[in-house]
Ligand binder design. Structure first.
Ligand code: HEC
Length: 183
């Protein structure tokens, strides 16, 4: 009888111990998860700041509203007018972007002002040097070199299509900027 009681007490003790050490494990796990998450948050906050957006009214709202699902860099990857940005913002709202009306108005004004359609200067494709080609047409150095080599060998380009056959050049880059290209 005494043995049975002693065994029961021992069992209870063991259970208590198991529960409390289980609890300690849980706490450690929760803490670890929490730390992991806060490191991630810190890193993504750092990335948002690294984007180095132009200062101005609406910047804070834009970062807050537009960097929840993807990097802020993606949010500002377009260059378009107010109608274009209105469309993009409605698309994001349909996908779940959240904010007050004031937030969205601030975001729209900020994006339109700082990420409007670029009025970029024309570029003469027969005269431009490597640096011009790289910076205006977003070509790599290798692509710019290939273009210049082709131009030197075959003579001046006359149409956009002439650029299609340059080996190693991503023609889409040319096509995207074709309204700026002169001959
Ligand atoms: C609820 C999540 C969510 C939020 C918040 C959000 N987006 Fe997006 N966004 C997406 C998804 C999903 C895509 C498409 C998939 C991808 O490219 O990652 C996308 C893609 C984009 C693109 C790429 C081009 C396109 O149209 O697909 C732009 C530009 C963009 N978002 C801008 C914004 C702006 C500006 C805001 C703030 C008003 C914003 N996003 C907020 C989910 C969101």
């Amino acid at each position: 009888m005494r043995d049975a009681k002693a065994a029961a007490v021992r069992r209870q003790d063991r259970e208590k111990h198991a529960i409390s050490s289980g609890g300690a494990l849980d706490t450690a796990r929760v803490l670890r998860e929490f730390l992991k998450k806060s490191i991630l948050l810190t890193v993504s906050a750092a990335i948002s700041f690294a984007a180095d957006l132009p200062d101005g009214p609406g910047k804070a709202a834009t970062i807050r509203v537009c960097s929840k699902c993807h990097a802020i860099e993606k949010a500002v990857s377009l260059r378009q007018d107010e109608d274009g940005w209105t469309d993009t913002i409605s698309k994001m709202v349909k996908m779940g972007a959240q904010g007050s009306d004031d937030d969205f108005n601030a975001v729209l004004a900020y994006l339109t002002k700082n990420f409007g359609p670029e009025v970029a200067p024309p570029i003469n494709i027969n005269k431009a040097d490597s640096v011009d080609l790289e910076s205006s047409l977003v070509l790599t150095r290798t692509e710019a070199a290939a273009l210049i080599r082709y131009r030197t060998e075959k003579g001046p380009f006359k149409t956009i299509d002439d650029l299609r056959n340059i080996p190693g050049l991503d023609f889409q880059k040319i096509e995207r900027q074709k309204s700026r290209i002169t001959f």
